[in-house]
Write a protein that binds this ligand. Structure first.
Ligand code: 5GP
Ligand code: MN
Length: 340
């Protein structure tokens, strides 16, 4: 971070701060926001966390104090007023306005100072302060580093540590993705020293499935998995009719793309989920095959080299066709991809 001293001076008096994360927050978005909020509160600042939408129920334990203000039509005015009254807004786990969806307008219009903490490529938002590192496995790791940079490690407690660990463990897919570093493990070790029970957090996140969700996954894996050995690719297609039939809840499709990625010899995986008149596309890859550029170019999204997503307003068959065409364009590269 370039202007750390300037930040230290600015924050040396009590401030009104707002933390905003991206739409449909995942464990990293919510975990990093809540960990930062708890830290800033310990430093005697007034803090409000705003999420542009609801989050999956398996993250409810993080927000047991009901601290997060969820943006919707009913809370529009209070969210706008909170932003107006703030001395600074922290933007966490995103750096392009499109990730805010309906809430974009009030954040974009707000003249309040901005501080971005993020690990995504191609940031598009202007800010007064930046803690931006695409090498970081998660924004939660960056929040930990931020507190460390300010010599405030002693303020990290178990509740904050659980939120940070949740972001690290989910954004690295349980320390599996190439984004996992020695630092991710060292931070986790320190959090364990503090008393964070990693098993508890993993169980809260991963062993929290409804019976309906398991039946849904069973159906999807049995009937909707396409494996294309000639492209070293695998993908899943889920229609809105299936989402309804299996009574799926928000978050029930999270992580499913990893099943496609786990097929032997797969180097690129996708999932296409039909939602109302849109299709959510998630892509994963191994090695140097960049899925964020594909998400940006064809699916109105972006993300990281090996993990990206987007949303398109086209029929699901069209999204699948586009993916197949992209695979064909990269056929040779995919066939020759050597993994370490
Ligand atoms: P997921 O497939 O888990 O929803 O998202 C994978 C990654 O893609 C996220 O960590 C995030 O970096 C990125 N991502 C997800 N949705 C969007 C989107 O709508 N726009 C952009 N630019 N990136 C996204
Ligand atoms: Mn993240």
């Amino acid at each position: 971070m370039d202007n750390l001293e300037e930040y230290k001076r600015w924050i040396s008096q009590p401030r009104k701060l707002v933390i905003v994360t991206h739409h449909t927050p995942d464990a990293d978005a919510l975990g990093s926001s809540l960990a930062l909020a708890q830290y800033l509160k310990k430093k005697q600042h007034q803090v409000t966390v705003i999420s542009p939408s609801v989050y999956p129920s398996f993250l409810e334990w993080m927000n047991d104090k009901r601290e997060v203000l969820i943006y919707n039509d009913n809370t529009h005015d209070v969210c706008e007023q909170t932003l107006q009254d703030a001395d600074m807004v922290f933007l966490l786990d995103f750096s392009t306005f499109d990730r805010l969806q309906n809430m974009r307008g009030i954040v974009e219009r707000s003249p309040t100072k901005r501080f971005i903490i993020d690990h995504h490529q191609n940031p598009e938002i202007n800010a007064d302060f930046w803690l931006w590192d695409t090498q970081a496995c998660s924004t939660s790791e960056l929040v930990y580093s931020f507190i460390e940079m300010l010599d405030d490690n002693v303020l990290i407690d178990v509740a904050m540590g659980e939120c940070i660990y949740a972001g690290i463990v989910t954004d690295t897919a349980s320390f599996k993705r190439a984004s996992t570093t020695k630092k991710s493990h060292l931070i986790t070790a320190h959090l364990m020293d503090l008393g964070v029970c990693t098993n508890r957090v993993q169980r809260l996140i991963y062993d929290n499935f409804s019976e309906d969700r398991l039946h849904f996954i069973g159906h999807i894996l049995k009937d909707k998995l396409h494996v294309l050995p000639e492209y070293h690719a695998s993908y899943l297609v889920i229609t809105s009719q299936e989402l309804e039939q299996y009574k799926t809840q928000l978050g029930d499709t999270e992580g499913l793309v990893d099943y496609a990625m786990s097929v032997k010899d797969t180097v690129v995986a996708g999932i296409f989920i039909e939602k109302n008149d849109c299709v959510k596309v998630s892509l994963r890859s191994a090695g140097g095959f960049a899925v964020n550029t594909i998400a940006r170019q064809y699916f109105n999204g972006g993300g990281h080299l090996n993990s990206a997503a987007g949303m398109v307003s086209i029929p699901i068959e069209q999204a699948e066709k586009t993916f197949l065409q992209v695979l064909d364009q990269h056929k040779e590269e995919l066939q020759n991809l050597v993994l370490c």
